[in-house]
Design a protein around this ligand. Structure first.
Ligand SMILES: [Zn+2]
Length: 227
């Protein structure tokens, strides 16, 4: 015969087991990989405005929606925004973490200051040398474990994007990336073409082009997640 305390303890254990059996399958019932897409800019933050009046915020959202459509139901695809609304960089990272993403791709289309060059660029977080710890280092440290995987994701995406016609190459580079700060997943930010280049602005508006860019991104995501 158990004393009251023991009965209570046994009851608690049974309750925990019951809750685990009931809730764990619900919580983990969806085994699909989680792809988080972050359409750059939004709201009053238009991003770059092309010489024909195309907003970067609209291109990044259209591309994210197209990537989601092409990834289909085999993946659980989450967007940090699905409409024309502004979000801080920190909020974007927080959302990606709350979705428990397997990866985060931020989509941009601004490009550089040159109107003549039309190059894609992939950015990953630069590895910091471990030094004296300062306030905020713990938050920085969250992403440290994912930097290598971010580099792998960038190189896979670079390979598939390099097959697209009409670009002066695809660069990948490591920079201090605010979006990656605190992100518990691989993160790549992509400048897809240059709205500052009128020729590319025309292509981004042309039928089929965004779909082809999306298809290259989808191929890269599928290869990365199936390794
Ligand atoms: Zn941008």
């Amino acid at each position: 015969m158990f004393k009251n305390g023991r009965w209570h303890q046994a009851g608690c254990r049974a309750l925990v087991l019951f809750m685990t059996l009931i809730f764990v399958p619900i919580a983990h019932g969806d085994s699909r990989r989680i792809v988080v897409l972050d359409p750059g800019h939004g709201g009053v933050d238009t991003g770059v405005v092309g010489s024909y009046g195309t907003y970067e915020k609209d291109v990044s959202l259209a591309l994210a929606l197209e990537v989601r459509r092409q990834l289909g139901s085999s993946f659980d695809v989450r967007l940090t925004r699905e409409s024309d609304r502004g979000l801080s960089v920190t909020r974007r990272t927080e959302l990606a973490n709350s979705f428990h993403g397997d990866l985060l791709i931020s989509l941009h289309g601004g490009g550089g200051p040159s109107r003549d060059i039309n190059r894609m660029t992939l950015f990953v977080q630069r590895e910091k040398k471990r030094g004296v710890s300062r306030e905020g280092d713990d938050w920085d440290g969250v992403h440290r474990a994912y930097i290598r995987e971010s580099q792998v994701l960038a190189s896979i995406l670079k390979r598939s994007l390099s097959l697209l016609d009409g670009y002066d190459g695809v660069n990948d580079t490591a920079v201090p990336l605010r979006l990656a700060k605190g992100a518990a997943m691989p993160v790549v930010l992509i400048e897809v073409g240059n709205l500052t280049n009128p020729r590319e602005e025309g292509r981004l508006e042309a039928p089929g082009h965004l779909e082809r860019v999306a298809s290259a991104l989808v191929e890269g995501v599928e290869i990365f997640l199936s390794r």
